[in-house]
Design a protein around this ligand. Sequence first.
Ligand code: GLY
Ligand code: MN
Length: 457
Amino acid sequence: MFAESTYTQRRQELKKAVGNGILLFLGNDESGCNYADNTYDFRQDSTFLYYFGLPYAGLSAIIDIDNDREIIFGDELTIDDIVWMGSQPTLHEKAAKAGIKDVRPAAEIEKYISAAVAKSVPVHYLPTYRAEHQLKLLHLLGIKPGTETPSIPFIRAVVNQRNHKSAEEIAEIERACNVTADMHMTAMRVLRPGMRECEISAALEAVAQAAGCRLSFPTIATINGQTLHNHYHGNICQPGQMLLVDAGAETEMGYAGDMSSTICVDKTFTPRQKSIYDIQVASHLAAVGALKPGVPFKDVYELSCRVVCEGLKNLGIMKGDPTDAVEAGAHAMFYPCGLGHMMGLDVHDMENLGEVWVGYDGQPKSTQFGRKSLRLARPLEPGFVHTIEPGIYFIPELIDLWRGQKKFTDFINYDEVEKWKDFSGIRNEEDYLITETGARRLGKKIPLTTEEVEALR
Ligand code: GLY
Ligand code: MN
């Protein structure tokens, strides 16, 4: 945990921003995987972690702004808990580390909330993402499913605080990024033709575990990089193929790293692989070069798309004016994802609170295929931490569909695209902090160009 003052100051700021009523925080519970006692790895809710720091199951909390009270609700360990899980500090002792003196039994939150509801005191809550949260919320508020109304002022206040990373958060994220970089460089060193994808995922996950970290999301290590989130690890890596790795570490405090790399299974890339890879790197570097406060990330995305279109035009895969192609959405045939996302206590930071608040500051998102997948669009501000991860993918089903629909025939040379249908996909991803004057990469540099990757093979 950070020092007690970090949490008390964060709550102080939050109270000022929302102004009145009760702020409700539902911590996460243990969740049975195949039976109650065989639980999924416990992960505390990130907003609970941000304001209260306690990584334990079974807690909830309120901040009663009008009465200036901050309360954690939870039960002390029983002797049964101690027999199975060992002795621990008391909940009062744990809560004191977050500057909370008022600790009450878990069941008492019901009384507190129903008294507030009876007096028409506004109870602010955030969107739920777990079924048990939703059930708890419906029960506490006495409302029917489908009538939940998460508090926009609460969401906006949390997003505004969490989007701006403090120096101590940046240090923690950078630790996650350094471990993440080691995971990728390990994959680059150990991959050999004939290995199964799971051998690579195992090797890189061991690096995270040995550093005392967990994974910030399920590892992608696939020869089918054209599938954006491919979690299957059963294929053999064959000569002439590429392995796309997207993996990250999360520190004990919950801060994430997230990087991607595309590795030749052989010691070197083929000229054909290199021709697409170089375009991806050019797009990546153009995006990085454009990062500074005040620049809308949407513009950086558009730039990265234009570079992809120009490169593909040079190869004869696309045609026409790259700017027009991007505006029309033709680039999304090869680049159907966004350029990056906020990163912090969640790998896609606060996605549960709504991308429109986190990445768009309340402005509407595009509904166009490809552009709609851009998670971050707002003007950049110092303290933002986000990824840069353009990609180039040849997705056979999408190629067939659009060809059949004669879509974007002014911009896509379908006869040429046919020749690349089995190419798979390329993505490289780094993590950046927006500074007062520009941007700084977080964590050790991992190989980005084909030459840099080959040097580790
Ligand atoms: N690294 C996983 C993602 O960004 O979606
Ligand atoms: Mn990412």
